[in-house]
Design a protein around this ligand. Structure first.
Ligand code: 5GP
Length: 194
């Protein structure tokens, strides 16, 4: 998706060979115009799948997911990382190791928001080693719902998550695929930019 790649070229900062900082439009400040375009792109790629619900992870998955939900006309559920005082019973949980925080956390979703008749489209901001995606897939499995596929805003192809998910037969669609990160330089799949 060219609009997204242009934004990464202009504002993304490779902190090292592994981590891309995109705080100015996705992870802290949010660019609503770009998020709307991202939501519409996800909707166009998955419109034939009969999706009834989008599942994401707080907090950075929420903005692109809400825009996709708006474009597809379906509700968005976000898995919580913190324990909620108001959501106590009937929670489905999975343990997720965070690549950026280097710690494991439980994520949870109230079972009433995922019903067996649902077909779920999973969305997240980044795909690195696939831990977050596996946690969300585990929640879908426990809830006994079908999974239409996974939509990722930025996939880092040099980490193993995408390959493992695709080898497992899961449809993974990424809007920007990064092949290599060097300080001050982002190389997209099949292209190179300084
Ligand atoms: P994974 O679970 O696939 O290893 O990593 C994906 C999760 O870690 C995403 O939900 C995202 O929040 C975070 N993440 C992984 N790599 C990056 C990165 O390069 N930059 C940022 N900002 N977040 C990342």
């Amino acid at each position: 998706m060219e609009l997204l790649k242009d934004k990464i070229r202009k504002e993304g900062k490779a902190l090292n060979h592994e981590v891309l900082k995109v705080d100015s439009f996705l992870n802290h400040q949010i660019d609503p115009v770009l998020m709307k375009a991202i939501g519409e792109e996800f909707a166009s790629r998955f419109h034939k799948e009969g999706v009834t619900k989008i599942l994401t992870l707080e907090s950075s998955g929420i903005a692109p997911s809400v825009m996709a939900g708006l474009a597809m006309g379906v509700p968005v559920v976000f898995a919580r990382k913190q324990k909620s005082l108001t959501l106590k019973s009937d929670m489905i949980r999975a343990r997720v190791y965070s690549f950026t925080k280097q710690e494991s956390n439980d994520i949870s979703v109230a079972s009433k928001y995922l019903q067996p008749e649902d077909k779920v489209f999973i969305i997240d901001d980044f795909l690195a080693n696939g831990e977050a995606a596996h946690g969300l897939l585990s929640i879908c499995k426990q809830a006994n719902v079908k999974v239409a596929g996974i939509g990722i805003v930025i996939e880092k192809m040099f980490q193993s998550g995408g390959k493992k998910l695709r080898e497992a037969g899961i449809r993974v669609e990424s809007l920007a695929q990064i092949e290599k990160l060097e300080e001050g330089k982002v190389t997209f799949k099949e292209e190179e930019y300084c």
